[in-house]
Ligand binder design. Structure first.
Ligand SMILES: [Zn+2]
Length: 114
């Protein structure tokens, strides 16, 4: 289950971003997950909640923003929403697609509070 290693890297990125002398706590981690990243959101939330105990992030919520998949057809240049791999161009039914967006997983920010 690769969501475990993703949750692990979210935790370590957030811990590194946290100022060591801070009196505040991390209340949220804000991430972006692409629709085409093959990350299962529910599995990721589960893995995160299992790992956050006894860390700096034990009170943190995981805020996930989904980035829609977007592709460009190399045959007819149509740009369209691609919710999953394996689909063809809605305009010409071509399969030579270039993925423009939706594969990423990014930690955007952490939210701190007292
Ligand atoms: Zn096309």
């Amino acid at each position: 289950m690769h969501e475990l290693s993703i949750a692990q890297s979210i935790l370590s990125i957030a811990e590194k971003a946290f100022p060591a002398d801070s009196k505040e706590v991390i209340t949220a981690v804000n991430i972006q997950v692409g629709e085409l990243s093959s990350i299962e959101i529910e599995s990721l939330k589960f893995a995160f909640s299992a790992m956050q105990e006894d860390t700096l992030l034990q009170k943190a919520e995981l805020n996930i923003e989904i980035i829609p998949g977007e592709a460009k057809c190399q045959d007819c240049n149509t740009i369209f929403h691609l919710p999953a791999f394996g689909l063809d161009c809605p305009h010409c039914n071509g399969f030579s697609l270039k993925i423009l967006k939706g594969r990423e997983m990014k930690v955007l920010s952490i939210t701190l509070d007292e």
